[in-house]
Design a protein. Structure first.
Length: 339
């Protein structure tokens, strides 16, 4: 449990630093192109970079050294931000990719449950919101974040880690995550995520920071609860139903704050079971499953947001049709509670 708490704390600190640095960019007199490129580069490194990190560490996996490097990159990002924000963005982006993949992989600790993944993931969005708030409020928290990074570096050095990426055995249950299940989960996740981010941007634009805190708490609570609920109900069953329920709350009823909070809770609650399902699918390289869960959906959501397809999702009729098709899909699938 000590190891899991430290890994979760590192995740929360990582996202807090990222939120702080990215939001602080608005104090610089940057052009819209430079600002947009900075955010894009961070997201490509932090989330898209998880896939190459997982591929690179498959043969040579040294979690202690990797986490040490991530915390050193945190400190480097904070120190270089005022001198050259580009170097800081590169540093925090690479650190984020390492923290998500290594932290997510190590948080399993040999368990087949989703709850540990939920505990690790839970502080992320709240840390991001807090970091953004610190920057907007112009609170000089960089020295404190750097001190926490150094403390976590020292504490993490004393932990025991897995000696290599475990090659998990295939589940005794014959029902695995099939391609159409994966496609449906990714589709619903991307659309729901895009809607949640867009709605959050609206509140940020209106300077309703208290609402962002509520969203962060809803997301954190969802990740914590989702792991436990999915372990009880079934990973695939819980994921699909929670995603279907989150979609109308984040789209059709998006003008209601309580609907938004409930939708964010449900959407984020699907991360732990989705991660567990993907780890099972990539059982020869579980770190790749972690990267797919923590990174790929974010990247796809961002790409979706930048395409004309996002306009289609503003139609309540299309959303309702998608929900109906999803319900039919779930209805015709024989989903076993044990998964």
């Amino acid at each position: 449990m000590k190891k899991l708490i430290l890994l979760a704390s590192g995740h929360g600190l990582n996202d807090c630093i990222a939120g702080y640095l990215l939001a602080s960019l608005f104090r610089f007199e940057l052009s819209e192109l430079d600002l947009g490129m900075s955010v894009l580069i961070y997201n490509l490194l932090a989330f898209g970079g998880q896939l190459p990190v997982a591929a690179l560490i498959r043969q040579r996996y040294h979690p202690r050294q990797l986490l040490t490097a991530a915390y050193l990159l945190h400190i480097a990002a904070l120190l270089t931000f005022a001198l050259d924000y580009r170097l800081a963005i590169l540093a925090i982006g690479i650190a984020s990719a390492i923290i998500h993949v290594v932290g997510g992989n190590e948080s399993q600790n040999g368990s087949e449950k989703a709850r540990e993944l939920g505990i690790f993931a839970s502080p992320g969005i709240l840390g991001l919101v807090l970091g953004g708030y610190f920057a907007v409020a112009e609170m000089p928290v960089g020295i404190y974040c750097g001190a926490l990074a150094l403390l976590l570096l020292l504490l993490s050095r004393s932990l025991s880690y897995s000696s290599g990426l475990p090659k998990m055995q295939a589940s005794a249950d014959s029902h695995q995550l099939e391609n159409h299940d994966l496609l449906m989960i990714l589709l619903l996740t991307v659309i729901s995520f895009r809607s949640a981010v867009w709605n959050s941007f609206q509140y940020l634009h209106e300077n309703q920071h208290e609402v962002l805190f509520m969203i962060g708490i809803a997301a954190m609570s969802g990740k914590l609860a989702g792991g436990f609920l999915a372990d009880k109900i079934g990973l695939r069953r819980y994921t699909l139903w929670a995603l279907m329920l989150s979609l109308p709350l984040l789209t059709i009823f998006k003008n209601s704050l309580w609907a938004l909070l409930a939708g964010v809770f449900l959407l984020q609650s699907t991360l732990p079971p989705t991660a567990r399902l993907l780890i099972r699918r990539f059982r020869l390289n579980p770190a790749m499953g972690v990267a797919w869960a923590f990174g790929l959906s974010i990247v796809l959501g961002g790409l979706f947001f930048m395409t004309p397809l996002r306009l289609i999702m503003d139609s309540n009729a299309i959303i309702a049709a998608l929900i109906l098709l999803s319900a039919i899909f779930v209805g015709i699938r024989k989903i076993q509670p044990s998964i």
